[in-house]
Design a protein around this ligand. Structure first.
Ligand SMILES: Cc1cc2nc3c(=O)[nH]c(=O)nc-3n(C[C@H](O)[C@H](O)[C@H](O)COP(=O)(O)O)c2cc1C
Length: 425
């Protein structure tokens, strides 16, 4: 019995690269896939539905509110009948709508209604691709489980414009489709994993980012320790955001209940001195972000045995000594060892900005992310954060966001900063 043809639903966005989707359709059909196309209104400005339909050998779907289309095969059915949805070219606009969950035309409604794997091939001007909004949207899509292919680096349609933004070539997109839809070889239960974004197109590709997260536990004896209320949510979110932008990420984490972010090397430590050693061992790095709430002090001589309450002697007195200053130590590493961008966190309960500005100078770091962790803010352990970004140029007050969005925005800024530093050289 012959196998049912795999079905690709191709969503064509309104960009110059739309002409390349004709070749993609031709190649996909040659490889035995059934292709059905949905075009945005703008896509029809670049390539005609007639050409697309001639190549797919099927009707082309364009209108969410077409009575005939909706009666015959509704938008929900369109997305359900496909084995995979491919968005090519994915305009900046389509990516923004997908990231925001919009559904105001057929293309976006189909994408929101699907339960199938989605592969997105961005194509746009390099400035559009590098814009923090597009970077945030790309990070959101990756976090939502959407696969990205490209964009590639190269010449643009516009004269004198080059950089990341060229749509991946049809044969590359087809290879990505096949990696997902090919029948599993005998003995394997699952198809190969959905492709991961090719590092070349992503803003932190080829970069190493170190992130610290969570509290430290400073031992008193083998069973007791001094700790703080840090949950690790912000640091872990930063590590995930850096990985989504293509970085190799080392996350040095104190004890937290957070799951390991995908695609990140996690090194677990307990005490501040171990955290410093792990960070030093992970150098060199392009960027280091110190989001962990490191204990300032530790017990001078932790007991090797559990301290007993014998009812006779008085309560033990704990002598505290200072822990190493991890942020300051790394910010003062020598050439070739100091990361190009060192970012500290300042968790304060009063005079947040004054303390943060002072801390940036005294620690020798480049940026400070300052936040007010007074109990009434709910930030420590909570899901949301209101931060101020303190740089040499001044202070930016960011709106209240969830910790994931803070992480994405921070990493997009870090990526842009590293890019300008490289360009300056
Ligand atoms: C000549 C021309 C070329 C364009 N090329 C692109 C492009 O390559 N990528 C992109 O994101 N937007 C491009 N745009 C802008 C999109 O067409 C515009 O954002 C449109 O609203 C996208 O609609 P859609 O996302 O629904 O397809 C271009 C516009 C024009 C006029």
């Amino acid at each position: 019995m012959s196998e049912r043809k795999k079905r690709i639903l191709l969503v064509i966005g309104g960009g110059i690269a739309a002409y390349k989707c004709l070749e993609l359709i031709r190649r996909a059909r040659e490889r035995g896939y059934a292709v059905r196309a949905v075009m945005t209104k703008a896509a029809a400005e670049f390539v005609t539905p007639l050409s697309v339909g001639a190549l797919t050998g099927d009707r082309v779907f364009q209108d969410l509110f077409s009575l005939d289309d909706e009666r015959e095969i509704g938008h929900i059915q369109l997305s359900r009948e496909a084995d995979m949805i491919v968005v090519a070219p994915a305009t900046a606009d389509l990516m923004a709508k997908m990231a925001g969950g919009h559904a105001d035309d057929l293309a976006t409604a189909v994408l929101l209604a699907t339960d199938k794997p989605v592969l997105v091939a961005p194509a746009m001007n390099p400035y559009m691709w590098r814009h923090p909004a597009t970077q945030r949207n790309a990070a959101t899509l990756l976090a939502d489980g959407v696969a990205l292919i490209g964009p590639n680096v190269g010449e643009m349609a516009e004269r004198n414009e080059a950089g990341p933004g060229r749509m991946a070539e049809p044969h590359e997109i087809l290879a990505a489709i096949e990696a997902r839809l090919a029948p599993a070889p005998t003995g394997l239960l699952a198809p190969p994993p959905l492709i991961t974004p090719p590092a070349a197109g992503l803003p932190l590709a080829g970069r190493h980012v170190i992130v610290t997260s969570g509290p430290t536990h400073e031992p008193i004896d083998p069973v007791r320790y001094i700790a703080n209320r840090s949950s690790g949510k912000q640091g872990h979110a930063i590590a995930a955001a850096a990985a989504a932008l293509g970085a190799r990420v080392t996350l040095v984490s104190g004890p937290t209940g957070q799951p390991d972010p995908r695609g990140v090397d996690v090194i677990r430590i307990e005490a501040a001195r171990d955290m410093l050693a792990a960070v030093k061992a992970a150098l060199p790095a392009d960027c280091a972000i110190f989001a962990a709430a490191v204990a300032d002090w530790r017990v001078a001589s932790a007991s090797d045995e559990k301290i007993k309450k014998d009812g006779k002697s008085s309560a033990p007195r704990l002598e505290l000594i200072e822990n190493p200053d991890i942020l300051k130590t790394i910010a003062h590493e020598g050439p070739g060892r100091r990361p190009s961008l060192v970012i500290g966190f300042a968790a304060e309960t009063e005079n947040v900005l004054t303390h943060a500005q002072r801390k940036r100078k005294s620690k020798g770091c480049d940026w400070i992310v300052a936040n007010d962790v007074s109990p009434e803010t709910g930030i420590m352990g909570g899901d949301r954060n209101t931060v101020h970004l303190v740089t040499a140029d001044g202070v930016e007050d960011w709106p209240e966001m969830d910790k994931g969005a803070v992480a994405e925005a921070l990493m997009a800024r870090a990526a842009a900063h590293l890019r300008t530093m490289t360009a300056d050289v």
